[in-house]
Design a protein around this ligand. Structure first.
Ligand SMILES: [Fe+2]
Length: 375
């Protein structure tokens, strides 16, 4: 059984200038990023690389159309290295740019995981959420099929994952909140996964502790307290990435995908909308084993009785980001069956990692419970 995968080298720099100097960026580098990140942090650094701004190819979650437009415009044969600087969308697309030999995404899904990396890949996260810089998965809305699906291949591991806490300083609080909740979900889902090992749990539990301690401080001192915690949150998201990179994510991600693809709810926020519903379903099915251990661990971190730990967690998260019922995103009652059908037919990769088996009836029950807020 695989214990843990450590593939990219992990680097850390205090400033973007130090990164640029150390990595000797030149004309053979393609940087994929966003203008609002590049201009303030890299704009003055006389970088000779070609820069592509992802938002010029579409907004929101990454899709096959977005990737294919970039592939059509960028002559990838000129580049020996792809550098992705951004959130989940940028990193997912950068992974494809490192392996793509043609301008279509579908052939990669058909060949996966058997394709090779054609360019070096450097990933620099600018949110504290995805952990994508250390994983081999990219997730795209496949618009021709109407589903959101993971593309997985060891060829999509970065050569280097680079942590630069300075890059988080411009994050609006709402983005910080939803990204870090995504990291918490990565940690929790991977801790509870049947593929979890003592190695992945080392990183997963530490990520949970760092994120919850950070949230407690923000809840006590106010939103600005996060500014002293960017380094911790970036590290925690990276730890969670190392944990789920081997142990996998599960039902929270699987059930959030239809919400993301049909109603364009950002990834972290859609996970948050589903998170407690899945945890409560697990608890109802029997609070045993790792779920029980996780409850004890979090009660210790939160300083609350074990019996009330999930309510405390929910209340703490509510202070960081108010939770919305699914109907507030426009989800209709009829959607719930469609969502369930989509999860049960297309998300087997994630559902295989569930703490306990969840059948279609359970999934529909979770959606129903989250659809409208209890009176
Ligand atoms: Fe995620």
């Amino acid at each position: 059984m695989k214990q843990i995968i450590f593939r990219p080298e992990i680097e850390r720099f205090d400033t973007c200038r130090e990164f640029v100097r150390e990595f000797c960026l030149d004309e053979q580098d393609l940087i994929l990023t966003n203008e609002f990140i590049y201009r303030p942090y890299f704009g003055e650094l006389s970088i000779k690389a070609t820069v592509v701004f992802q938002e010029q190819y579409g907004a929101g979650e990454p899709s096959d159309e977005m990737v294919e437009s970039i592939l059509r415009d960028a002559d990838l044969s000129c580049f020996r290295r792809v550098i992705g600087i951004g959130g989940g969308t940028v990193m997912d697309i950068a992974k494809v740019l490192a392996v793509a030999g043609e301008a279509k995404l579908d052939p990669l899904y058909e060949q996966a995981p058997n394709f090779t990396r054609l360019r070096e890949l450097v990933l620099i996260p600018t949110t504290c959420g995805t952990g994508s810089e250390v994983t081999n998965i990219a997730v795209f809305a496949r618009t021709r099929l109407g589903v959101k699906m993971g593309l997985v291949s060891d060829s999509m591991y970065a050569s280097s994952a680079v942590m630069i806490p300075e890059l988080l300083s411009g994050l609006p609080f709402s983005v910080f909140a939803s990204a870090s909740i995504d990291a918490l979900v990565h940690a929790v889902e991977s801790i509870l996964s049947p593929k979890a090992t003592s190695y992945t749990k080392l990183f997963g539990y530490e990520a949970v502790k760092m994120i919850l301690k950070g949230y407690q401080r923000i809840a006590a001192e106010g939103k600005d307290a996060r500014k002293e915690l960017f380094g911790d949150f970036l590290t925690a998201a990276n730890y969670a990435g190392l944990s789920f990179g081997t142990a996998g994510c599960a039902a929270v991600h699987a059930l959030s995908y239809p919400l993301g693809s049909m109603y364009h709810v950002p990834h972290g926020e859609s996970n948050y909308a589903i998170f407690m519903g899945v945890m409560r379903a697990y608890l109802e099915l029997g609070e045993e084993g790792e779920l029980h251990r996780l409850g004890i661990f979090m009660a210790d971190v939160l300083g609350c009785p074990e019996s009330d730990v999930w309510n405390h967690l929910e209340a703490l998260l509510e202070q960081i980001l108010p939770l919305k019922p699914l109907c507030d995103y426009g989800v209709t009652e009829e959607d719930l069956s469609r969502f369930t059908e989509s999860v049960m037919t297309t998300q087997g990769r994630l559902m295989a990692n569930n703490f306990t088996g969840l059948n279609g009836e359970c999934v529909l029950g979770i959606y129903r419970g989250l659809w409208k807020r209890e009176p």
